[in-house]
Design a protein around this ligand. Structure first.
Ligand code: PLP
Ligand code: COI
Length: 354
């Protein structure tokens, strides 16, 4: 794909890439040389530029800071053995960004700005894309309201920005999760099905409480009854009960994960039984008691496939089968990795070479 948008490029005079081992950096802490910025004002998208990564000269009164008009995406680029860089299903991220934009009363980002910026940025910062088996370049596109105004109204000005950082595994080990029944992530009619920044801020306190009890993450339950599971942390949830893959159906309290969709597509293509529906805690617990809860995992861009080995529920710890016995999630994890690294056939056309 070629960019049709005019991007002013101001290249760094001194790349920082040699200062890092890009195959071995903590998630989200080391940023690549360049960033992309597009400005929105007077009812339309204005200039676009790529410049050295750096700080923002913005007003302390800007609307994003006060009223949370801020949305983001998470996506990844991968390098194959020939050094070629590809994106995984980038247009799905664009679609979801624009769904978030509509819900948060922000302007949609046109495809030529999103893809044009992304491609030029990746061309410049290709050296930052890890080559390791599990490494990738994490890409964070985000849209923020920048008007200097304290009145509660939708902003007149916005910036769409893309920054990137090399990433390895988000969770280095399988995780234990705690079912959360006091706090909730999303409500019907709310913004849980979009990537609004505030969804993440509100999750931190319940997550901290769970971590103090020895869990890495929470399982969010529905806000009306706390009887149904929804997501875990920043991941969609999946269970293998007997021989069936089960996941909560999409709703306006669940983010439509691109990894979730890819896992379901692979499972169906392998002839596995798949059910997207409400999943109750009672059902999970009963399956566990009968020995039918074979696998549980979270899936998401940052986390990829995160194996869940323990679930804290009503004062008890459900100890799940060891990862070595999990045929489905191990196969799906490996298959996704091979497709992304260009090592196996991409029959769903998920990869976009830049
Ligand atoms: N659910 C939430 C709340 C998330 O933040 C994410 C991460 O983006 C996901 C699910 C997984 O979505 P995806 O697979 O598109 O990254
Ligand atoms: C992602 O998986 O991309 C996320 O958005 C999760 C997180 C790092 C916020």
């Amino acid at each position: 794909m070629t960019s049709t948008v005019n991007i002013h490029i101001d290249k760094t005079t001194k790349s920082r890439v040699a200062d890092y081992d890009v195959n071995n950096v903590p998630f989200g802490k080391c940023f690549s040389d360049h960033m992309f910025i597009a400005e929105y004002a007077d009812g339309k998208w204005q200039t676009s530029k790529i410049c050295p990564y750096g700080d923002m000269p913005l007003s302390y009164a800007m609307s994003a800071l006060h009223y949370g008009q801020a949305i983001f995406e998470g996506m990844k680029a991968y390098k194959n053995e020939n050094g070629e860089v590809s994106l995984f299903r980038p247009l799905e991220n664009l679609k979801r960004l624009n769904k978030s934009a509509i819900r948060m009363c922000m302007p949609e980002v046109p495809e030529e700005i999103f893809m044009g910026g992304l491609i030029e940025l990746l061309k410049l910062d290709a050296a930052w894309v890890p080559t390791s088996e599990t490494g990738s370049l994490y890409i964070r596109p985000f849209l923020i309201a920048t008007e200097e105004a304290i009145g509660v109204k939708s902003s007149e000005n916005y910036k769409f920005i893309i920054i990137t950082c090399p990433a390895g595994k988000y969770y280095s080990e399988p995780i234990k999760v705690l079912v959360e029944t006091n706090y909730f992530r999303a409500v019907i009619g709310g913004v849980g099905n979009v990537k609004a920044a505030g969804n993440y801020g509100r999750s931190l306190y319940p997550t901290k409480l769970a971590q103090q009890k020895g869990y890495q993450q929470v399982i969010w339950t529905d806000s009306a009854t706390h009887q149904y599971v929804e997501e875990s942390g920043t991941m969609n949830l999946m269970f293998v009960l007997g021989d069936t893959l089960i996941t909560p159906a999409l709703s306006d309290t669940i983010l439509a994960g691109i990894t979730r969709d890819s896992v379901l597509e692979l499972a169906r293509s392998w002839g596995m039984k798949v059910e997207e529906r409400k999943v109750s805690l009672k059902e999970i617990y009963e399956a566990y008691e009968k020995g039918e809860l074979k696998e549980a995992f979270g899936c998401g861009t940052a986390a990829t496939i995160a194996q869940i080995v323990g679930i804290g529920y009503e004062g008890k710890d459900l100890v799940l089968p060891p990862v070595s016995e999990r045929k489905f999630s191990t196969k799906v994890d490996e298959t996704l990795r091979m497709i992304r690294k260009g090592k196996s056939e991409d029959k769903f056309n998920w990869m976009m070479k830049i």
